[in-house]
Every structure is written in structure tokens, then in C-alpha cells.
Design a protein around this ligand. Structure first.
Ligand code: GLU
Length: 419
């Protein structure tokens, strides 16, 4: 019989992380209290006609954590285990992420409790439109701008943008990002999350004097961020990806896994498992591999107090949101493992989302090269500010990222006269 370990509450984690940073920078108590909770949240119930003729009722949320620096920004997740506290945590992390990247946006997040894997395209479209009919009243290019996240796609963003256009009576492309290119999307948004993370890994390797050419990497999770990280780790860093995983299992090959072949296999079978020439390993074995870079790119709380002692990676690049529990952070730091925290590592997605909003606003679209160059500049600047702050305060990178972000949001709140 396996023992179920209770999952930490991500919102408590987010609040504790803020508390730690607030104590270091001696944050004003009112500013601190304001930042501990979202400023606004909407809980919605949505009837959706299913293909079999019945009506199913879904629950969803949109949380707006803080918009002192600009409109709330953040993705929408479709997940069967979604909870309001997960969405609250993720909205909070978006506030820090946009501040850390120094883009003029705040933090928001949405979630719908559903299992997209068991739904038809028609059912997903009706659910997406129902969600926008309910939360559309608090969205807008100057209010709150959603984007893709776990199990939501550019197609879902297209349906949502279309529904919002019906509600407004005109197109408002800037209300949502991560749209398909044919519908006001930005070049380079598709792999932006992974690309931003790869730029950070390159910076970290330079700072640590590590040569990445031919070095091994393992990736936990093979959604948009994980699969793009596989491609870009090979293409941009010359690394060898020796293990990847998805919700069905993990695959391993010490000689490296070919990106195109794994992608074709996953497209055909729906999973990476059973990939020819690979052996099956467990999640825990993947996390414990002797690799230079480990990319957690799936869900929250996979690196915990109990498994950190097995981790041998030199760099952990957090493409997922919240993959490391707070108890694991100091242990990894003391082991000398360089963490590129989620707030920084996966911020390429929201950064190119911001570029998408800018392009929507002036109706003129950039070439992909230009998006990459601008993204690289933003990621490098954010990496350096975290690196410098970590050295200045002698703290781990996550706390350093919090210090930078919280100070910026607090400054905006002060200037607005909120405290
Ligand atoms: N969902 C992504 C994140 O967690 C992107 C958000 C966005 O582009 O607004 O950062």
C-alpha cells in the first residue's frame, strides 16, 4: 500500500515566501498585508451542453492579485484538480513575475475544474466561451489579460478572444495573449516559456563556469514548455536530453533522446512512454539522474524535502510554476545546486505575451528574430538582477527574485498612495 503524502497548499507557500522577503526588506506592514491576498476574485458556475445531449455544470475562477504596476496578467488552467488556492498562488506568482521582468503588468490567474483530456473539441469550445461569458466582465486590455497555461492552447485563446469580441461588439485582440498568429498572436510566443528558460540556463552556466555542450539534461513534463525545452536545449545549448516524462511515465536513454522522433511518437500514441530504444524509469529516478540541468516542467510540488537529497543536477531550471516546496529550497541551496526559480525561469511566456499586447495595440507585427532578441535582453537583465541580489543578501535565488519583485511592486503601491 502506498502512503499518500499530503500536498502543500500552494497559496500558503506563496504567502510564506512573501513573508520571508518582506522581513528582509522590512516591508511596510500595510503593504505586506495587501500583498498577502488577492485584491479581487470571481468564482463562476457554468452550464455547458455536452455532446451526449446532457448539460454539465463546471466551476471556475479568475483571481486578480495586484495591479499596482499595470493590468492583471496571467494564464487560464483547465485541470481536474484545480482549486481556488492554487489559482490564488499562481495569480500571486504572476505579480512577482511581471515585476521581476520589469514589464508594466500585474498578476492574475484563471482556472476551470475540468478534465480536457476527456472532452471533445466542441465541448472544450463551449466551455471556453461559457467561461469568458462569465469572467469577461472583469477582463479587458486595460484590466486583466488571460493567456494559455496548463492544458489550454492557442485554439482555446482564439475561441475566448472571439467570445469576448461578441460581448464587446468589436475585436479586442489585446484582451488575451497566446493567440494563434492568424488572429493577432505574436511570432515566438509558442516556445517563449522554454526559450526564456534556456536563456537563463545559458546565463547560469556562464556564471558558474559550466560547459553545456554535450552535457546531459532531464525534463519532467512534456507539455508546451517541456517539449520546447527539449528542442531548444539541443538546438541552442548543444545539450543532450537523456530523460523526459509526461503524465503516463518517464523514458530514459543515456545516449540522448532525439526531439523530432519523440515528438512524432507522442503525436502518434499520445504519450512519450514506449518510445523505441528508451527504457522506462519512475519520476523519482528521473529527478535523481546525474544530469547538469534538470527541468521540472510539469505541475507544482514535485521537488520536496524528501527527494532533494537524491538530486544530483547542478542547475534546476523551473519551467513549471511552483515545482519546489519551500522546505526543499534551503536544502538545495546548501547542496550548492543553482536554482533558476520559476518567477524568472518561466517568465519568457508572459514577456512575449506582453510583446503580443504591444503589437496588438499598435497593429504592427514584429519578425520572430526581433521577438527573440527583445526576449533575450529582458531575460538577461532579470537573471542578472536576481544573481546580484542573491549575492548581496547571501540568500538563495528564489528569495532574491522575491526581494527584487516585492520592492518593485511596493514602490508602485507607494507612488499610488496605497500606503
Ligand atoms: N501561463 C504563463 C505563466 O504562468 C503565461 C502567462 C501569460 O502569458 O500571461 O507565466
Amino acid at each position: 500500500m502506498s502512503i499518500r503524502v499530503p500536498m502543500p497548499d500552494p497559496f500558503k507557500t506563496a504567502q510564506n515566501q512573501l513573508d520571508e522577503a518582506a522581513a528582509i526588506i522590512r516591508l511596510d506592514p500595510a503593504a505586506h498585508e495587501l500583498l498577502r491576498c488577492p485584491m479581487r476574485e470571481l468564482h463562476v458556475t457554468m452550464p455547458v451542453k455536452m455532446d451526449n445531449g446532457t448539460t454539465k455544470v463546471f466551476r471556475g475562477f479568475r483571481v486578480q492579485h495586484n495591479d499596482a504596476r499595470g493590468p492583471n496578467k496571467g494564464g487560464i488552467r483547465f485541470h481536474p484538480d484545480e482549486t481556488i488556492n492554487t489559482v490564488r498562488a499562481l495569480a500571486t506568482w504572476m505579480t512577482w513575475k511581471t515585476a521581476l521582468l520589469d514589464i508594466p503588468l500585474g498578476g492574475g490567474k484563471g482556472g476551470v475544474i475540468c478534465d480536457p483530456k476527456t472532452m471533445s473539441a466542441g465541448e472544450l469550445e463551449r466551455l471556453s466561451r461559457a467561461y469568458i461569458r462569465q469572467v469577461g466582465r472583469i477582463l479587458g486590455p486595460e484590466k486583466d489579460i488571460p493567456a494559455p497555461d496548463v492544458y489550454t492552447t492557442p485554439q482555446i485563446m482564439a475561441w475566448m478572444a472571439d467570445e469576448y469580441a461578441f460581448m464587446q461588439g468589436n475585436n479586442e485582440f489585446g484582451v488575451i495573449t497566446g493567440k494563434p498568429i492568424a488572429l493577432g498572436g505574436s511570432a515566438g510566443r509558442g516556445d517563449a516559456t522554454a526559450r526564456g528558460g534556456i536563456y537563463c540556463v545559458r546565463e547560469a552556466a556562464t556564471a558558474l563556469g559550466i560547459n553545456l555542450t554535450g552535457a546531459a539534461a532531464a525534463i519532467l513534463g512534456y507539455g508546451n514548455a517541456g517539449s520546447s525545452a527539449h528542442k531548444l536545449a539541443v538546438e541552442l545549448l548543444g545539450m543532450m536530453v537523456i530523460a523526459v516524462s509526461d503524465s503516463k511515465g518517464c523514458i530514459y536513454n543515456a545516449e540522448g533522446l532525439d526531439y523530432n522522433a519523440v515528438k512524432t511518437h507522442k503525436e502518434k500514441t499520445g504519450t512519450v512512454t514506449g518510445f523505441p530504444g528508451s527504457s522506462a524509469i519512475s519520476n523519482e529516478e528521473l529527478l535523481a539522474l546525474d544530469v547538469t540541468v534538470l527541468f521540472p516542467a510539469a505541475l507544482e510540488s514535485v521537488i520536496t524535502e524528501t527527494n532533494t537529497s537524491n538530486i544530483r543536477a547542478k542547475i534546476i531550471a523551473e519551467l513549471a510554476n511552483g515545482p519546489t516546496t519551500p522546505e526543499a529550497d534551503p536544502i538545495l541551496y546548501n547542496k550548492g545546486i543553482h536554482i533558476i526559480p520559476d518567477l524568472l525561469c518561466n517568465a519568457g511566456g508572459v514577456t512575449v505575451s506582453y510583446f503580443e499586447m504591444v503589437q496588438n495595440a499598435y497593429g504592427y507585427y514584429w519578425e520572430e528574430d526581433e521577438v527573440h532578441l527583445r526576449l533575450e535582453k529582458k531575460m538577461k537583465a532579470a537573471f542578472q538582477s536576481v544573481h546580484k541580489t542573491a549575492q548581496q543578501y547571501k540568500v538563495h535565488n528564489r528569495l532574491a527574485a522575491y526581494i527584487v519583485a516585492v520592492e518593485r511592486v511596493a514602490e508602485a503601491m507607494k507612488l499610488r498612495g496605497w500606503y
